[in-house]
Design a protein. Structure first.
Length: 371
């Protein structure tokens, strides 16, 4: 088990700080190291010390980065790490600190948490806040992080606690809403983690769980709370992981073809065409028996295909190996590095985001479903 403290960002005179790009890379390294350390820490004093160091780094960044977008991105990355540390501490405190007596756990005079019972470096007020933060359902916590990023707001402990107060009370449909919020938040969080751990990608392949039909139509039996609407897909921070010159390939059912140009635009890409995969299976419908899958191309910057001789259609013989076939084609025409956003099996030269998604739990059945 590592007992070394987290690395710190230089805190000397501002004119001696690294350039903005180097500072952001340092923040990414701190984030990665902090998440790894949190998995192996066992002593609350160590986590509290890590948390205090991260909070100090946030203050340095406020002065060091002049560009608002760069400052907000780096500061929120550290804030997310700090909130994970505070949730860890809250869970530990709830399990290990004596709260008997029924009093306010911030008070040492009414039978609540006494200061002497708390680990070094944690105040009574912090103990209360951290435990409230730890009590937030994972879905609500992920949703807060996702909403704050999408709105370009600072991530804070107070903001998370305020968000938790506004959550709807439990109802028959609440578990399904929580699963959907968890899915949206998990995809966004996966993209943020990927951004922190990898360089930007030259190719992004997206095969999303489209939400077909309406609320009264289950789209042919699909689990609608495990799917994403066009509006929800547009909220995903895809542009943050794509390089300035990059390609995006989006698998899409026919009914969503006209939604693709604005969706690509929301992700920072421009529509450039369609590739058609023909399939041996046919899908039922009121008109044509559909025997194809469309893959829409979006381009960011000015990068053209590496191989311009490939035609805009091919036969996809089996769905079982679809990912391998598609990836092979994309490597022929589009630049690396390569990201399969919803993929769950890594391949040569490919990073997958699907392996980071949460397990969605149905309160109605008590069974776990893989997103």
């Amino acid at each position: 088990m590592s007992t070394q403290p987290l690395q710190t960002i230089p805190t000397g005179p501002l004119d001696r700080l690294p350039a903005a790009a180097r500072m952001i890379e340092a923040v990414k390294a701190v984030y990665r190291e902090g998440r790894r350390e949190l998995d192996v820490r066992s002593e609350p004093e160590d986590v509290a010390a890590d948390r205090d160091r991260v909070a100090a780094m946030e203050e340095v960044l406020k002065r060091a980065l002049r560009d608002r977008e760069e400052r907000l991105y780096a500061q929120n990355l550290l804030a997310e790490l700090r909130l994970h540390q505070e949730r860890w501490l809250g869970k530990w405190l709830a399990d290990n600190v004596n709260h008997s007596g029924g009093g306010d756990r911030r008070s040492s005079t009414r039978g609540g948490t006494a200061a002497r019972d708390l680990p070094d470096g944690i105040s009574k007020n912090q103990s209360s806040a951290f435990q409230r933060l730890a009590a937030m359902p994972d879905a609500a916590f992920d949703r807060y992080l996702s909403d704050a990023r999408d709105a370009r707001k600072e991530i804070t402990t107070a903001g998370a606690l305020k968000f938790s107060i506004g959550q709807p009370t439990k109802s028959p449909s609440a578990p399904r809403r929580a699963v959907r919020h968890s899915l949206i938040g998990s995809v966004s969080s996966a993209l943020r983690r990927i951004r922190a751990e990898h360089p930007r990608f030259g190719t992004v392949f997206v095969d999303p769980p489209w939400k077909a039909g309406t609320d009264g139509d289950d789209g042919g039996g699909a689990d609608q709370h495990l799917t994403l609407s066009v509006e929800e897909l547009a909220r995903l921070p895809v542009s943050e992981v794509a390089a300035e010159d990059s390609h995006l390939h989006l698998l899409v059912p026919d009914e969503f073809l006209f939604d693709c140009p604005p969706l690509l635009s929301a992700w920072g890409f421009t529509y450039r065409g369609v590739f058609v995969w023909t399939t041996p299976e046919t899908m039922p419908g009121s008109f044509w028996r559909v025997a194809h899958v469309c893959m829409v191309l979006g381009v960011r910057g000015s990068r053209s295909f590496s191989d311009r001789s490939i035609q805009s259609w091919a036969e996809l013989r089996t769905r079982q190996h679809r990912a391998e076939v598609v990836r092979s084609l994309l490597r022929q025409v589009s630049p690396g590095p390569y990201l399969d956003l919803f993929g769950r099996r890594a391949g040569a030269g490919w990073v997958c985001g699907g392996s980071d998604l949460v397990l969605a739990r149905f309160a109605t059945s008590g069974e776990e479903q893989r997103v």
